[in-house]
Design a protein around this ligand. Structure first.
Ligand code: ZN
Length: 239
């Protein structure tokens, strides 16, 4: 099952918040995308892992991804262990993406930066032919994604490039709002958390708008890149 883009997040909702507009846009252009959640978000203050699972399925349907899997790692205690690396290697070899989108390289939630390093290391290891893995009893072939791009989450990180999501911000916001227990809901009796405030939900739009202002589009999502990006030419640049 080869796909073009594999988007990975420490918690169900990280991908929607960080790069939901980019995924919606790429899928609308004919690319295939799958989402991998590393944990079930079981330590989240609001909701339960069960409500979160349903919300993640609804969000995936809104974005139109090909597949979504949860690896069931331990929320809050992500470690860059051989065990976790090999589980991600199996996923990379299963989907064989050219591009991996992954958590912010530095953030308020400690799992985010840990996930970014864990995924980066797994992408490298996945390309080593002497690391043997199996899926459903069959040997897997080595595969190394060509690029890892890290989306931006709570902290303001200076992006190295942005994707114009002007036509897909609404779809992103709908996918985020699918996490009904996690984000702002005036009728909820659950404790208010930093991401459950009205301001946080509005920040999804005002950050996209500000990155759009700086880049000359209406709305944008920003990314950093592990390696220097080479453009084939200037055709993909919004003029
Ligand atoms: Zn998260």
């Amino acid at each position: 099952m080869k796909i073009d883009i594999l988007a990975i997040g420490a918690h169900p909702d990280d991908v929607e918040l960080g790069c939901g507009g980019t995924i919606a846009k790429l899928i609308s252009e004919g690319k295939t995308c799958a989402i991998i959640d590393l944990t079930k978000g079981e330590l989240g203050t609001r909701g339960t892992e069960h409500t979160r699972k349903t919300e993640a399925e609804n969000a995936a349907a809104i974005l139109g991804v090909t597949a979504r899997e949860n690896l069931g790692f331990k929320d809050g205690f992500l470690v860059n262990s051989e065990e976790y690396q090999l589980e991600i290697v199996k996923i990379i070899r299963k989907y064989r993406p050219e591009i991996v989108l992954s958590n912010a390289i530095d953030d308020r939630h400690p799992d985010h930066a840990k996930a970014s390093k864990l995924v980066s290391d797994a992408c490298f290891l996945s390309g080593l032919i002497k690391i043997k893995t199996q899926l459903n009893g069959s040997d897997q072939e080595a595969w190394r994604p060509k690029h890892i791009f890290n989306y931006i989450q709570w902290k303001n990180i200076e992006p190295e490039f942005v994707i114009d999501i002007s036509e897909h911000l609404d779809q992103k916001l709908k996918a985020c709002a699918a996490y009904k227990t996690q984000f702002y809901n005036a009728d909820s009796a659950e404790p208010i958390t930093p991401i459950a405030t009205k301001d946080f939900f509005e920040s999804l739009t005002y950050r996209a708008q500000d990155l759009g202002r700086l880049s000359g589009v209406t709305y944008a999502e920003g990314f950093t890149s592990e390696k220097l990006i080479a453009l084939k030419n200037f055709d993909g640049i919004v003029l």
